[in-house]
Design a protein around this ligand. Sequence first.
Ligand code: AMP
Length: 214
Amino acid sequence: MRLILFGPPGVGKGTQARLLSAELGIPHISTGDMLRTAVTEGTELGRKAKAIMDEGRLVPDDVMIGIVREVLTSPRTARGFILDGFPRTLQQAHALDALLRSLRIDNTVIVILEVDEEVIVRRLRSRLMCSTTGKIYNAEADSLTTGGNCPDCGGTLVQREDDREETVRKRLAVYHKTTEPVIEYYRANGRVITLDGTAPIESVNRTIKSVVGA
Ligand code: AMP
């Protein structure tokens, strides 16, 4: 299965990708998670990316394209992948197309998750992330607090720096201006399905699996 999960920040791409990855044994490739790992490890990439991410801006295309090229040409993704957070610009989409063509991959499905903007702001304001595994929780729905422990692994729960309301609004503006045009590009070129991102997690999961024939 080769899947690109597409949609604004906070729509649930990561949650769906993690579920599908666990169920189907296909790697979840999240460019955001890779960058956050680089920041935590203090690598050169992490040092460069941190300020950009904290401000809700995009890391330069050439850097991101290089990272994704390395992953998609590695044996780890030879049987499939679930891409989450890439591509985010037309240049990234063009580079991904060229890469997939060179790998003779032509069965990629693009799933677009849609959701109302105010729902996103509310969701992200109360989103908590396990600092060990990256698993996502909702503070209110799951009765958890920042600094508390992950119910799964005991790791510390944190709020992402870029989930503050002001930064979320900036990320949404970047999404509309720079990332949304990629949807039109894919509608014209590829296999695209659009789903309601406010539907229950299990129902979105089932629909994605039925569409990709998993
Ligand atoms: P995410 O976890 O997907 O919301 O990504 C968090 C942040 O990482 C974004 O707001 C960007 O600053 C950066 N980022 C992740 N993926 C990309 C990408 N494909 N292109 C540029 N920046 C990215």
